[in-house]
Design a protein around this ligand. Structure first.
Ligand SMILES: *Cc1c(COP(=O)(O)O)cnc(C)c1O
Length: 401
């Protein structure tokens, strides 16, 4: 079969990595729902062990269904490099923890952005500190000087998340990557918000990229998976160490669903972006909304950087209602019809969540105020519904404030 051009995203997602003639012409690759693969004789299995991340032997190391999804994601991650490989994992956190373990050793120092995903922050700040005496310095990430000042002789890793999925603040990815390279420090980015379609950190000098595939890449709210992307050399090392030893791999069935999702990722994102832009603009002009946080808006404090390093914006954003009166906030929240109440994001459906719900459980009220969170903060994932319906829904709900 003709191999798609390196730069044609949609054609690659339709055809790359799919050897149809091997599977009786099946237009959709089969699910290799098997744990092991068998061999002709001694020499045959002996040879397979020589290249054990390439030829299937046992599904924890390599499965052909998983490899199809991995090849497509690796192709998405860079427009210029040909040495990129991807490793699909059982969840985004499996990807994050394996990527960090791949880099750090006991006593190392890590620099991370303060607003990274909660469990990633927790993994660095409490788990690794306790188990491996790995100490993390947290920075806001908005200036290069801050990273420079945080570097010590023991700094081994810098962890970014741009935009962060909590407050949508950005880091200048190329600049941080260049600084890290000059000091021989490894860089890791959580690129879940932007997706490998809208932001390509591998082309900006970043060493390792992770995604929660459970969000936009999966896109249908029916899989939990993750992925680690890096040079073939690094990924092979991760497969035979963190992959084989921790065993957090994506199952064949999950991998098959991910391949299904990748075929429509680019088209889904176009629509998420269009809908989110309408919703963000509508909210920004609404008299009962104090502020809107969305990198795609001109009013976002880092909008210019956002346009420089991303080619598009996805559908997760937040806004602050112009009140602290809990009963009327709840009335608005509960009045929504199309925005369903739930955590997570990136699926076809529109969702709403109020960060205060979890923070109020975990923190005393004074701390809650210190963090700069308001009762009126709403996070919404703008789905693929008709934008007019979404605006109407928000409009009728906000009338309850
Ligand atoms: C959801 C999420 C994760 C964790 O992914 P799981 O697949 O739920 O383990 C990591 N980073 C970000 C930014 C996320 O939103």
């Amino acid at each position: 079969m003709k191999e798609p051009r390196k730069t044609s995203t949609e054609t690659q997602m339709a055809h790359l990595g799919e050897n149809r003639s091997r599977y009786d012409g099946a237009v959709v690759p089969p699910v290799f729902q098997n744990s092991l693969f068998t061999f002709e004789n001694w020499d045959d299995i002996d040879a397979a062990f020589e290249t054990r991340t390439q030829r299937p032997i046992y599904t924890r190391l390599m499965n052909p269904t998983t490899r199809v999804a991995e090849q497509k994601i690796a192709a998405l991650a860079s427009t210029s490099r040909t040495d990129i490989q991807a490793h699909l994992t059982s969840s985004g956190m499996a990807a994050m923890s394996a990527a960090i373990f791949h880099v750090v050793e006991p006593g190392d120092h890590v620099i991370a952005v303060k607003n990274i995903y909660g469990p990633s922050n927790n993994f660095l700040n409490t788990y690794l500190r306790k188990k491996m005496e790995v100490v993390t310095t947290f920075v806001t990430g908005t200036s290069l000087e801050e990273f420079e000042q945080a570097i010590t002789a023991k700094t081994r890793l810098i962890v970014l998340e741009s935009p962060s999925s909590a407050v949508f603040s950005l880091q200048d990815i190329s600049k941080v990557a260049a600084l890290a390279k000059s000091r021989r420090i490894t860089t890791l980015i959580d690129n879940t918000w932007a997706t490998p379609i809208f932001q390509k950190p591998m082309d900006m000098g970043i060493d390792l990229e992770v995604h929660s595939v459970s969000k936009y890449i999966g896109g249908h709210s029916d899989v939990v998976a993750g992925v680690i992307i890096g040079s073939s050399e690094r990924i092979k090392d991760i497969i035979v160490h963190e992959g084989e030893l921790f065993g957090g791999i994506a199952s064949p069935w999950t991998s098959w669903l991910v391949t299904r999702s990748l075929r429509t990722l680019s088209m889904r994102l176009e629509r998420h972006q269009k809908n989110a832009q309408s919703v963000a603009t509508f909210l920004e002009q609404h008299p009962k909304v104090r502020e809107v946080h969305y990198p795609g808006l001109k009013s976002h404090p880092q909008h210019e950087l956002a346009c420089r390093q991303m080619s598009g914006f996805t559908g997760l954003l937040s806004f602050r209602l112009d009140t602290e009166h809990l009963p009327s906030i709840k009335r608005c929240f509960n009045a929504l019809q199309y925005f369903q109440i739930g955590v997570s994001w990136g699926g076809h459906e529109s969702l709403i969540y109020a960060p205060a719900i979890s923070y109020l459980k975990e923190l005393p009220p004074e701390r809650f105020k210190d963090l700069g969170i308001s009762l009126g903060d709403m996070r919404i994932s703008v789905g693929l519904e008709d934008p007019e319906d979404l605006l109407e829904d928000l409009s009728q709900a906000i009338r309850h404030v």
